[in-house]
Design a protein around this ligand. Structure first.
Ligand code: GLU
Length: 289
């Protein structure tokens, strides 16, 4: 076990995902600038160590809702909900990037924005182009900042959550490691908020059906869309694409350094390449009922 953790020191291409609940204050829904600043500082330092960094960030819809004073607005139909969400993300994504750009610039880093939908992967030409863009940006030393293109993504073409998106990005760029920063410590045998006997699982070598069944639909937070279920789907995509994945708590952003230093943090899902894994096919089937 320790050797796998030791190997974290050699990871070169790292995708980090942070969710809306980690980027906003629980009480108000407003952006948590201190957390964002710490995140940017950590990522910039990892970049300065000569590693390649990609950030997958949520928070567009949350930031937009706040900017537009829509936090408590009631919406009456599904179409309205969608339109409101898309409008909020159009405002919020720009705000989010403005903040990231400013913070990364302070640390002398060049940040780049990439917005994706499921079509970016399912369509061969789009996937090829996206792959090339990522490669080029990384070669230029930039830090790609990725989100779903929420403004245009509707049910048919959306990933729906950034856990899945981050694993897709990690697979696309052939990353060495994916780190999911969340409001939970990692994987437990049951929901630790409800069951005090739930045990922590520090390493998963095999994603069995039983384990996949442990996924719970909710993180208990009111922002963001990812629960344990989407994290396990992300783990499936990542590990089958030969990418190690760690789920860790974003409470202390310094956890990023400790993971890359080989520390026993969060839950490690060990990569296990599956040659027969067809990512575009997997994604096309993902939301089909
Ligand atoms: N893409 C959404 C946003 O930026 C969030 C999706 C998620 O939380 O998983 O607001």
């Amino acid at each position: 076990m320790s050797t796998l953790r030791e190997q974290m020191k050699d990871k070169k291409r790292i995708v980090v995902k942070i969710g809306s609940s980690s980027l906003t204050h629980r009480e108000t829904g407003d952006m948590d600038y201190i957390r964002m600043e710490k995140l940017v500082r950590e990522l910039s330092d990892i970049r300065n160590q000569g590693k390649e960094v990609i950030l997958v960030t949520s928070g567009a819809i949350a930031a937009g809702k706040n900017a537009l004073n829509m936090k408590d607005m009631r919406v009456d139909s599904q179409a309205e909900t969608l339109a409101v969400k898309q409008a909020c993300s159009a405002v919020g994504q720009a705000r989010l990037m403005m903040t990231y750009q400013r913070l990364f610039a302070e640390y002398n880093q060049v940040a780049a924005q990439i917005l994706m939908t499921k079509n970016t992967i399912v369509d061969d030409l789009n996937r090829y182009n996206a792959h090339n863009t990522f490669s080029e940006l990384l070669q230029m030393g930039a830090i790609p900042i990725v989100n779903e293109n929420d403004t245009i993504a509707t049910y048919e073409i959306e990933f729906g959550d950034n856990d899945t998106l981050s694993a897709v990005v990690a697979a696309l760029v052939e990353a060495d490691l994916l780190i999911l920063l969340s409001d939970i410590d990692g994987l437990y045998t049951d929901d630790p908020r409800k069951n005090p006997n739930a045990e922590f699982i520090s390493q998963v070598d095999e994603l069995s059906d039983e384990l996949m069944g442990m996924g719970k639909e909710s993180t208990g937070s009111s922002v963001g869309t990812g629960g344990m279920n989407t994290k396990l789907i992300a783990a499936r995509i990542a590990t089958k694409s030969n990418v190690d994945m760690v789920i860790a708590n974003s409470r202390d952003i310094g956890v990023l350094h400790r993971i890359l230093d080989g520390g026993q943090e969060g839950t490690l899902f060990v990569a296990k390449r599956d040659e027969s894994f067809d990512l575009p096919g997997f994604l096309s089937d993902l939301h089909k009922k």
